[in-house]
Design a protein around this ligand. Sequence first.
Ligand code: DLL
Length: 430
Amino acid sequence: MIWNKKIETLERTAMQELQLERLKSIVATAYENVPFYKQQFDKVGLKPKHIVSLKDIEKIPFTTKEDLRDNYPYDLFAVPMKKIVRIHASSGTTGKPIVVGYTRKDLDNWSESVARIVCASGANDEDIAQIVFGYGLFTGGFGLHYGLEKVGATVIPASSGNSERQIMLMEDFGATVIVGTPSYVLYLSEIAAEMGKSVSDFQLRIGLFGGEGHTPEMRREIEKRWGILVTENYGLSEIVGPGVSGECTVQNGMHINEDHYYPEIINSKTGETLEYGEKGEIIFTTLTKEGIPILRYRTKDITYLMEEKCECGRTTVRMKKVFGRTDDMLIIRGVNVFPSQIESVLVGMQHISPHYQIIVTKHNYMDAIEVQVELEDATLLESFSDLENLEHEIRHKLKTVLQIDAKVRLVEPKTIERSTGKAKRVIDLR
Ligand code: DLL
């Protein structure tokens, strides 16, 4: 089902007209009400009236995470606090968080955006959805919650953690949809197995995953373990939270709610705008946000845009998937390595579990990378030659994909830390 047929199947030119109208309006609002934007515009001699086509957006300076941090907590808000009805914050771990505020209208637009991606995933008002995202300042829990409710699904706001209880609820309440990070849902499958449960004990049919990426290999693994169809969705606190984009059941790219969040792809080094199909950093401009309008936000997420109409009938532009972040790319002895490349090699291989961690160190000015991989079965530890063979095999596969030598360390089952939210795969000790 398409939640908002009119918008999600709009002709491209009509969509662009709508976007331009909204862009002009938000630019004027930001310029008039947020001193930061006025300064940004004045610096380059730009006035809101200079925005007459969508292409003119390229004249607007970028907004970065540092800008949001410098204006902590409320200086980018475009309305008086009285109109703000909710606050959320980014999941950043270092320093002060990024704070975002929503007006009542913003909350309505947010749940509308999430309702669209919920329907795109194939879920509907007959589903029972267990949300295992954290509820709190993180946007994941509340964001999916209101979108699912809007669609009419029965929501189980389980929040994250307390994993055995999650399994009990899932089984007893007959959850049909599971909503969380892929790494936590993977971990839950392990808990279920430990509790002696199998796929047939549950009613699950759909997974709505986001907050972090997952490789196609990881998707197959989770689909197999839970017997579900996995769809992915994307978003970030600075723009709205979840609901920026989401996959349909065709599973080929995430449909962007581009009447609210306008996407562009840029070369992250030069800032130059790239074409459809070209990989680069995705940046977003909010077109309707009242509380905190954001112009040309540098997400650091790498992907490409797809303009073709999707088989599902939606005409909205899709983003393929996030291949990595400009700041999680590891440069090892000059070679670029993304953690997702390592995941593709490991997940699905025999004798090892899909849990891994990447440790980066520096010895005598030389970068070194160690991939810790968990054995599925401890009995392998009894045979030195089996272990050695497996280690060799993984090392060889990694070398083929990464072009560099990585040390492989096989560790005992269940020793790599599990996450109930976003997984921390890389420990960079340099
Ligand atoms: O993670 C919002 C969200 C929650 C989206 C739940 C979807 C589901 P932040 O905590 O601000 O917001 O983190 C945003 O997470 O810039 C990406 O790097 C990453 N991210 C989110 N979804 C995906 C995804 C939420 N599907 C940051 N694939 C973003 C890859 C993702 N990365």
